[in-house]
Write a protein that binds this ligand. Structure first.
Ligand SMILES: [Zn+2]
Length: 594
């Protein structure tokens, strides 16, 4: 009867990769045969000022642009169309930053980290509302004379080249070359502010896809700097997750001299900014619809008998569980149910089956979309953060992390009945962290750890737990520098207030020692290497990264931040996007059939 499916091993092959970096190096493809006109595909005719009707881009178009100047006009029009399109949207924006210091083996290692999570409002100016309190006064920098204040907003600035002045009066556009990003052919332009055109103007390169002339990547900074502040260098990527629109999804920022000769006090950091939740309003409507259907189905099946007190208790708990999960999803913190959940559930089932544990319910697993390393469970659903999945080196280490939450379920330690009352869900998205907390006492944590080790030892993962121990050991090495990564916002943190790793200590203590020089000893992966989030739907999928040989110790980048190189592809669906209820109807009315 033992059924051990190692589904995950296929998806979670130890990818000795450079984090978010994918195999497709944009510089790598050889020069493509030159084409006389930028594209034979009809471009759109959207003009600035036109309402954000998404259908506009699908309309049969006029002649392709005949000159570079006409291409630039299209680019400017498309950027304006994107700004209009996003007016009704308040995507989530997350920035995770590591200050770096020189290191003899790894070149640089984190010295300190910061985390920001909020909602971006781009309706009139670029603004954000934050989920975490106190974050505006976070200061970075390494020594007193040079203290830097990071403005969370600064990291999301580069979702547009220029929110207000992106035109020929303010900028010069110089065509550089053609280049493929993923399988999207692009034109590359150098964009330079005109003399005396103003302050804080974009200066850098833009990549423009050659069908509709949308900007798909921006790389540069803003100049000149305002007094007493400066702008970071950023590399900003957009994804074609809705027809006709390329939505800002990833921004990598880096500053400083990262070599070993780095002067003390110099600002040196890397940061990853991610955006998602563009279509949260629509997700919410779909949920309401599903809820109605589920209720109707329930009525039919339950008609035969009344609920016993225990059955009623179970239903009550399930209600609380569903309420919490729905609320987290509506707030943009939880991915909708999907394939990654199945992968996680397979690992959980492998543990349950080999331990001969059978519940009268299904243990579910879901993915939290945020970076900090975190797990928690709500009754019988285990939640694990994207950042945590990203950094785990293999299936056995994932199993160990999940086993801790599974142990809480086995021991019956998960509570939260009060959330069965739907009015308890009535709080703003930004205050989710203040209203939800699924934390256990120290005693419960210790009991769950002990139970987890017991469950793991009887499972197929028993002989492979060295990697889980090594992961925790590596986390212990980095922990003093990574308090933000280690701060759980809903569940228990992996570390205590002294920065010591407390989760699954038995595995840490029985693991082999870390040998930095051993290139095949991969303790933990960089962030961003496993899970890809669709910024429009919030759905997650496993990344298909190719294997890149580790050549240097610093290639390992445990818990590190690498630049983004998403593999760009064109949207393949046909459904036109719409933001919010009102615009959805407008869009639908004018949508052409094609
Ligand atoms: Zn726990």
């Amino acid at each position: 009867m033992k059924r051990s499916i190692c589904f995950f091993s296929a998806a979670l092959v130890l990818s000795v990769s450079a984090g978010a970096q994918q195999t497709s190096d944009p510089a790598a493809p050889p020069a493509q045969p030159a084409v006389a006109t930028p594209s034979s595909t009809p471009p759109d005719t959207t003009t600035p000022g036109v309402s954000s009707t998404p259908a506009a881009v699908e309309q049969p178009a006029t002649k392709p642009p005949a000159s570079i100047d006409q291409v630039v006009d299209r680019v400017i029009n498309r950027e304006q169309a994107l700004i209009n399109f996003l007016k009704g949207s308040t995507p989530l924006v997350e920035t995770y930053l590591q200050n770096l210091k020189g290191d003899s083996k790894y070149e640089t290692v984190p010295a300190q980290d910061h985390y920001f999570l909020g909602r971006l409002d781009v309706s009139s100016v670029v603004e954000r509302r934050d989920y975490l309190q106190m974050q505006e006064s976070l200061w970075g920098g390494l020594s007193r004379p040079f203290r830097f204040r990071y403005e969370p907003l600064g990291f999301s600035w580069m979702i547009f080249a220029d929110r207000t002045n992106f035109d020929r009066n303010h900028y010069d556009f110089q065509y550089l070359r053609r280049e493929f990003l993923g399988n999207v052919r692009c034109l590359v332009f150098q964009v330079t502010p005109k003399p005396h055109a103003g302050k804080a103007l974009f200066e850098g390169r833009i990549w423009v896809e050659d069908e509709n002339y949308n900007i798909v990547r921006l790389n540069g900074t803003y100049a000149p700097d305002p007094r007493g502040a400066f702008y970071f260098h950023m590399d900003s990527w957009r994804l074609n997750v809705a027809p006709g629109y390329w939505l800002p999804a990833y921004i990598f920022s880096e500053e400083g001299d990262l070599g070993p000769g780095m002067k003390k006090g110099n600002l040196s950091f890397r940061a990853q900014t991610r955006l998602w939740g563009y279509d949260l309003a629509k997700n919410r409507r779909e949920e309401e619809f599903t809820e109605v259907k589920v209720d109707a189905a329930k009525d039919e099946s339950a008609a035969a008998q009344d609920a016993s007190p225990l059955a009623a208790e179970r239903q009550w708990e399930k209600l609380a569980e569903d309420n919490v999960l729905d609320r987290l999803q509506a707030a943009g913190l939880l991915a909708p149910p999907g394939d990654v959940d199945k992968v996680l559930q397979t690992v959980v089932n492998n543990i349950l089956i080999t331990n001969n544990i059978e519940f009268p319910w299904t243990v579910r697993a879901r993915v939290m979309l945020t970076t900090p390393l975190e797990t928690f469970s709500v009754y019988n659903t285990i939640v694990i953060s994207r950042g945590l999945i990203d950094t785990l080196p293999d299936e056995a280490s994932l199993a160990a992390i999940l086993a801790h939450e599974l142990a809480h379920i086995v021991l019956g330690q998960n509570r939260g009945e009060k959330f069965a009352f739907s009015d308890r869900m009535l709080f703003s998205d930004e205050s989710v962290y203040q209203n939800f907390g699924f934390r256990h006492t120290q005693e419960e944590e210790a009991a769950a750890d002990a139970k987890a080790v017991e469950l793991l030892n009887k499972s197929p993962y028993g002989p492979k737990l060295a990697s889980a121990g090594l992961y925790l050991r590596q986390l212990q090495v980095r922990a003093p520098a990574l308090p933000a990564l280690l701060t759980a916002h809903i569940g228990n943190s992996f570390s205590n207030e002294k920065g010591q790793i407390v989760r699954l200590n038995a595995l840490l203590n029985s693991s082999p020692q870390i040998d930095d020089n051993k290139l095949d000893q991969i303790t933990a992966l960089p962030l961003g290497g496993r899970i890809r989030v669709n910024p429009w739907t919030d759905r997650v999928e496993m990344l298909k990264t190719g294997q890149v040989a580790i050549v240097y110790v610093h290639d390992k980048m445990p818990f590190g931040l690498a630049p983004f190189f998403p593999r760009l592809t064109r949207y393949e669906g046909t459904t036109a996007p719409a933001l919010n209820g009102a615009s959805a109807q407008n869009a639908g009315a004018s949508q052409p059939q094609n």
